[in-house]
Design a protein around this ligand. Structure first.
Ligand code: SF4
Ligand code: SF4
Length: 385
């Protein structure tokens, strides 16, 4: 199960929520992988003490033009085809790799076979494991089967090369590495040359938490895309409401289910609550505003370890979230196994606060690429409205 944690603006407590939810789930016995998709400013690892298992250089594909094979000015097909202006004609083809999205179109289109694929470094990806001690508190769930020798959770984090403009390829690389990890179910203990099996318990379904970058632009959409559910974190202020509205519009365009966590509840006003109620968007939890919580976070500690009331709040959040996602999933399975009519009617009423109703149907934007592009367009329009 993939759960994205996102927000329309920075500073709402998205990473705090991600790391505390990851720790809560891990302590409850779930195998958890936390993916820090905020590759421009990764900081989820600061809350844990991960043992870094490996660091890999991440590359993105770029075209390499062999000018000796290029037909020349009479052609210029690659220049015309590249919508990102990564290739221009200046007496010969000039390449601007920083603008290249790696779509491969120019290589396909070149009639002379003058363009081949090369790569450039865009950053690094690290995989680490967090031992039980780092997420332990006095109260450990009896279901928990982690032992002192097994990692409580895995952490995947990316770091964008300084000066690199585009983070989506690195975010995609994170997901690619995650897929490989899942296939192998392998890890490497830090400091050991040989690969050894890391026995992350699989008694329950693995939960992947994606800590997304803030905003509604391409890196956020890449990070959220395809998640089973998205938690939008906001705060009860006019700024929080404005950016929440942008994020909601983006998720509706992506047609992904979502709910909202109101962080620092108790400060500000109730406009966020009123708007959410009018939109029939579920409030998954209200995390109370407290000076104590701010101090704990500033010290790099987990809230659920330091404050009992936060432990209860995160337990309640997971209970609500699990209920909504399971309900939505069961509905979808029923639809695909022929129980469509009755299940669909029931879904519309029973999941009103979750998976179905806050994703608006639109048959014109049914492909993934179209939804992605539409989400960007929608976010851009909303931003300028
Ligand atoms: S498409 Fe190929 S042949 Fe045509 S201008 Fe580009 S590199 Fe040259
Ligand atoms: S791979 Fe795509 S984005 Fe990159 S230069 Fe070629 S056409 Fe442009």
């Amino acid at each position: 199960m993939h759960i994205a944690i996102a927000s329309g603006k920075g500073g709402t407590g998205k990473t705090t929520l991600s790391v505390n939810l990851a720790a809560h789930l891990s302590r409850s016995g779930f195998p958890v992988t936390l993916v820090d998709c905020d590759v421009e400013e990764p900081n989820a690892h600061l809350f844990f003490q991960p043992q870094w298992a490996w660091t890999r250089t991440a590359h993105a594909p770029v075209p390499a033009v062999d000018s000796s094979r290029c037909i020349g000015e009479t052609c210029r097909i690659c220049v015309t085809e590249c919508r990102f202006k990564a290739l221009i004609w200046m007496g010969e083809i000039m390449e601007f790799p920083e603008l290249c999205h790696g779509c491969g179109l120019c290589m396909e289109a070149c009639p002379a076979g003058a363009i081949t694929e090369s790569t450039r470094v865009i950053g690094t990806v690290q995989m680490g494991t967090v031992q039980m001690d780092a997420v332990r508190a006095e109260s450990i769930s009896p279901q928990n089967s982690h032992t002192a020798d097994t990692p409580a959770l895995r952490l995947l984090t990316g770091s964008l090369r300084v000066g690199e403009a585009m983070s989506p390829p690195l975010i995609r690389e994170l997901f690619g590495q995650l897929e490989q990890l899942d296939q192998l179910d392998m890890g490497v203990h830090a400091g050991q040359a040989e690969r050894i099996r890391v026995s992350v318990p699989r008694r329950n379904e693995e939960i992947v938490l994606r800590d997304c970058p803030p905003g509604t632009s391409c890196p956020v959409i890449t990070s959220m895309d395809g998640a089973d559910y998205t938690i939008l974190v906001t705060e009860p202020t006019p700024f929080g409401l404005h950016d929440l509205q942008l994020a909601v519009e983006t998720l509706r365009t992506l047609k992904q289910p979502f709910g909202v966590v109101i962080n620092r509840s108790g400060m500000g006003d109730n406009r966020v609550d009123e708007w959410l109620a009018a939109q029939a968007i579920p409030v998954l939890a209200r995390i109370p505003h407290s000076q104590q919580a701010a101090t704990v976070c500033a010290e790099g500690q987990l809230l659920i370890n330091a404050l009992p009331q936060m432990r209860d709040a995160y337990a309640a959040l997971w209970e609500r979230l699990h209920q909504i996602v399971t309900q939505g999933r069961n509905t979808t399975e029923a639809e695909t196994t022929g129980e469509a009519a009755s299940a669909k009617a029931s879904a519309l009423s029973t999941t009103i606060h979750g998976v179905k109703t806050n994703a608006r149907p639109d048959t014109e934007t049914d492909t993934k690429a179209a939804r992605h592009a539409a989400a960007l367009q929608s976010a851009s329009e909303a931003h300028h409205a």
